[in-house]
Design a protein around this ligand. Sequence first.
Ligand code: MG
Length: 373
Amino acid sequence: MNIVSVEAIPLRAELSAPFRFAHITRTVSSNVVVRLTTDEGLVGWGEACPVPQLTAETQRSIVEIVDERVAPVLLGADPLHRSEWAGRILSTSHAIDFTMAAVDTALLDIAAKSAGVPLSRHLGGYATDTVEVHGSVGWDADPATVARTAATAAERFRWLKLYAGRGSLEGDLRGIEAAREEVGEAHPFLLDVNGLWSVTDVARAADRLRRAGVRLVEQPVAPTDLPGNARATRILTDGNGIDVVADESVRRPQDVVRVAHAEAASVVNVGLSKLGGVSAALRTADVARAHGLGVLVGGVVELGIANAAGLHLAACVGATSGPAYLMGPLKYARQITAPVIAPVDSTLEVPRGPGLGVEIDEEALTALDARRH
Ligand SMILES: [Mg+2]
């Protein structure tokens, strides 16, 4: 089996409502869909969802890299040897994680389809068919707005993810406390600070976070400051029973070793987009577990292709320290895959069809194609 065509389709995908976190306000997402076709008629799909805070990749650069550096490696190649091709692509290009996530996903989709099994089974995952996901409560300066958003999310999700670090410490804590008051005690909170607090902020916030039912704090201090994250981890875990998740500080499997040696987290977020695909995410999860760290499956609010890959990843990772960030498609105004994810009791089913197990809506792809705008 050989790959006969490599395409990169840039999308202009609008979100249903502006989504605020860190210093970002997202209204439109510049995702790129990668389509690989083989001489046996199998089609593999992948999705890149570039986030400027993580790499310098843009929609335009992803399309260009796929056309100029990925296609020459993959055209005529056997898609089942993906490690070989990933190595060759990475030997000419550095820090192209979102591009690689799309390429890895498309190659895996073909491999699992050619075996006639869902991706999680192809990778030898656990016999789980559901994944718990959390709701997401975008940041807002007004605590009442945070509380209202949390109440809506709490109708569908048990765990809620909130954001801090963008406003004043006091303002952000009031938002978290207002959300707690609004939703009651039955909804554990995960708080993503995106590295925007100082160690002193963490020390000031810790007691109120514990009392507000925050169970996990993601990237409390700047990702490059491992000693700072280590001090924050001691404050939050030892004193308050709150786990600390390394997110932006883990971009490669070897980053886990540095985080573990510095004791700069108790859990590692293994999002497939930031790590360059499911293959790299699984290696990262293995390294985390080998160092006694917990694992969380993250995301960057992707559409249905990357999200399906995330569900298969979560099925392969098995028990985690908290729910997965895999409800991204629900934030988009239009879907590119069917069926649309529909959480029941905060859980999603891992797709059961061959490969990624989702149908691509080609009409939607055409409608969202950025080249038409
Ligand atoms: Mg995060």
